[in-house]
Every structure is written in C-alpha cells, then in structure tokens.
Design a protein around this ligand. Structure first.
Ligand SMILES: [Zn+2]
Length: 412
C-alpha cells in the first residue's frame, strides 16, 4: 500500500447518496494509505506545496461496482441467441462443466479480473461454477473487492455439475468457511436447481453467520411457470425464497423482471436488493424490469452486467442499456442516476457503503479515469456521452483504474 499522501489533480465527479452528483472541474483528491482524505477545488490545497501531485487529463470517478456477474461465463458472453432455459442447458452448463479443470479456471479467472479492472470495475458479486476448485482459483487471483460463491446445483442439471456442487449444508458451510462473509456469498443458482430443504439450510447458514445471498429471481416467463409448477404450495416465485429464509438485507436478487405487486412488497419488507441487469434482459429477450413499480415500492437496486447473459462486462455498457431501455418505455431515468447505480449503490448493496463507492473522506481510494469534457460541455451532456458507443469502445473507454490508491493499469 502506498503510504505517502498524494494529491491527484483532475476534474472529479462524485456520486451522492440521492442519485445526484458533485462535479469539480479542477479538483484535488488527496489520498493517503489507500484512503480518501479530502476532495476540494485544487486551490484549497495551495497551502500544502509539499504534497506530491499527480496531474491527470480526464475526469476521476469512483470505480464501478457490478453486483451480478458470472465470471465462469466470461469466455462465452453474449455469444448465443436464446431464451433463458434453453440457453442455460445448451450453452452455459456445458461451458461451466469445463471449470472442473482448475488450471483452466485459474487462467480464465486471471483474464476476467484483469479485464474487469481495465473496464473500471473494482468491486462486485460473482457467481462461480459449482466446483470448489474453480472458486479457489478465482479467489487466488481476485483484483478488487469481490463476493464470490460456488453455485449450488442439486437437481435438474447435468450429472457432472450436480456432482461438483456442494451436496449438503455441511459441505457448503465448509466451503464458505474458507473465505468468510467478507468474500463469500451463499449462491443457490436458482429455485429450479435446488430443493426446498437445502434452500432452507442455506437461508439459515446465511442468517446465522452473516453471509450474503445471491440468486436469480423472476427472469423469464418460462422459468416462472416452471417454478410455480415445481413449488405449487408457494404463493409465487419470491415466496419460494422467502419461505426458505433466503430474503434479508444481505440478499441480492438478479433480474426481478416479472414481479407481482405482492412480490415487490415482499422484497421491500425484507430490505432485499435487486441486481438490475438491463443488458442481459435485452440479450436473452427476458423483458424489461418494471422500474416504475420498483420505485413505487421503494425497493433498493444497483446495476449489474450479468455476464454471460449480458454481452459485456463494461458497466458503461450496462448504464447505456439501462438508460435506453427505460427511456424507450417512457420511464424517467437520468445519466447521473445510472452513474450512482453503477458505483455507490453497488457498494451499498454489498454492505460497503460506509467505506467504498464514492469520495467521502475515509473511503477506500478505488477510482478510474474517464475522458474529459469538451470545452463548454455541460456535465449532464458529458454523462450522456460517456455511455455512448459500441461495446469495444466502452470496454476500453476507462483510461486507468486505481485500487486503494495504487494504479493498476493504463498507459494513456
Ligand atoms: Zn445471472
């Protein structure tokens, strides 16, 4: 860790808790021991000429947070056109089966985290495959602050994946215990791969030991119909998880595209988070999450790529699809809110809001550098512009990324 206080001079955008932001065109961001000490207009540091100063050409933003991704699907992201259930069976599960090879898993994990840093993602929640070895491989090379879990696949999956999955709560608890609640998330893949008793055991483990829970909820209509058939005594899909005790403030539910008002009320009452995955929902033709209903019910949410349903790990791409998708449906969304949902809200979703996600003093100095504003450009117009473009452009738009004040990459 860099112990020396360092002043970074650049424009800075700082997302605030209410979805607004503060923009400083010529700022000093003072970092010491990997933490933010102060953020002020550069003139405020005039009395401290002794501080080493790094001048950057661009806009410093907090690093991105991706609260739902599958690192084991990175190699096949966006590659197939299909609905959720056939896509899983035909393309994804065979790919995940190859993660039985821990050496391959290690190489691909390294690539995933390196590329994530390059795209500005410094934190997130990731699904691993069912294999204990692949989880360890990812854990060995993690860059940034991640919660990762091996997917539990007890039933209705290829034999090789069922065999690789934790069989019972004793085995899952032992796997989880190697990493602890700051690094491990209990990860029932989705209701269709799990029995009610095992889900109950997972809910209890998470509650008793403070683990995060991540799973999928209400992504496609076919999936929902199958859940209703399989769990006929539950009121609805959300109730399947609720009865298992899997819904709490540390629960992050991917998608939530087709929820009923009762289900929204249930998520609000439990204080659970939605991982909103607009680019994935579009790619798998799953539908549009009802942002208006989510807002009306006061449910918390953050943005996520859902690689490999989502075609890109770039959170700029996710922000673009979020804005386009909801605007096309007539919902009001601002680019500043997209930035908040891809940074501070993600940190809050992961229980790290007190020490990550923006530039409040004391927070971890995880940040990135974006292209600067044009002359006379407004910040709103700049925020719209930085999410424009194709996937290749968006994945390489971040010039450099810092973790705890240490530059990780970037030569521009
Ligand atoms: Zn997913």
């Amino acid at each position: 860790m860099n112990q020396t206080p360092t002043l970074y001079r650049a424009a800075v955008i700082n997302p605030l808790n209410n979805g607004n932001w503060r923009y400083l065109p010529d700022a000093g961001l003072l970092i010491e021991r990997g933490r933010v000490v102060d953020l002020q207009p550069i003139g405020a540091f005039g009395a401290r000429p002794e501080l080493p100063c790094v001048e950057l050409d661009g806009v410093i933003s907090p690093g991105f947070v991706d609260v739902h991704t599958h690192w084991v699907q990175y190699r096949v992201r966006g590659r197939f056109q299909a609905q959720l259930l056939p896509w899983l069976k035909e393309h994804i599960w065979p790919e995940e089966a190859s993660f039985a090879d821990s050496a391959l898993a290690g190489a691909l994990a390294e690539q995933f985290f390196k590329d994530s840093i390059r795209a500005g993602t410094v934190m997130g929640m990731a699904y691993s495959s069912a294999h204990a070895g692949a989880l360890q491989a990812a854990s060995d090379v993690t860059l940034g602050d991640w919660l990762i879990g091996d997917v539990v696949m007890e039933t209705d999956a290829p034999d090789a994946l069922v065999a690789a999955s934790a069989k019972d709560i004793g085995e899952l608890s032992a796997r989880a215990g190697r990493y602890g609640p700051q690094r491990y998330a209990v990860t029932p893949r989705f209701a269709l791969n799990c029995s009610a008793p095992f889900m109950r055991d997972m809910g209890q483990l998470a509650r008793q030991q403070g683990y995060y829970v991540q799973t999928h909820l209400s992504e496609s209509v076919e999936e929902i119909n199958e859940v209703h058939r399989r769990f006929a005594d539950a009121q609805d899909y959300t109730d399947v998880y609720d009865r298992a005790g899997l819904l709490g403030e540390r629960s992050v539910l991917g998608h939530c595209v087709h929820l009923s008002p009762r289900e929204w009320r249930c998520l609000a009452a439990r204080g659970s988070w939605v991982a909103h995955c607009p680019s994935s929902n579009e790619a798998l033709d799953s539908g549009r999450m009802d942002l208006t209903a989510l807002r009306e019910h006061g449910v918390k949410y953050a943005l996520a790529s859902d690689v490999g349903g989502g075609p890109s790990h770039s959170m700029l791409h996710v922000m673009q699809r979020y804005l386009d998708q909801h605007r096309a449906a007539g919902a009001a969304v601002a680019a500043g809110e997209a930035l908040y949902r891809a940074t501070l809200a993600g940190a809050q979703c992961m229980g790290r809001g007190a020490y990550a996600g923006n530039f409040a003093p004391g927070k971890r100095a995880d940040f990135l550098l974006l292209p600067r504003l044009n002359a006379h450009q407004s910040v709103d117009s700049w925020l719209e512009e930085i999410v424009q473009g194709g996937i290749d452009d968006l994945e390489t738009r971040v010039a450099a990324t810092w973790l705890g004040g240490i530059r990780q990459n970037g030569t521009r």
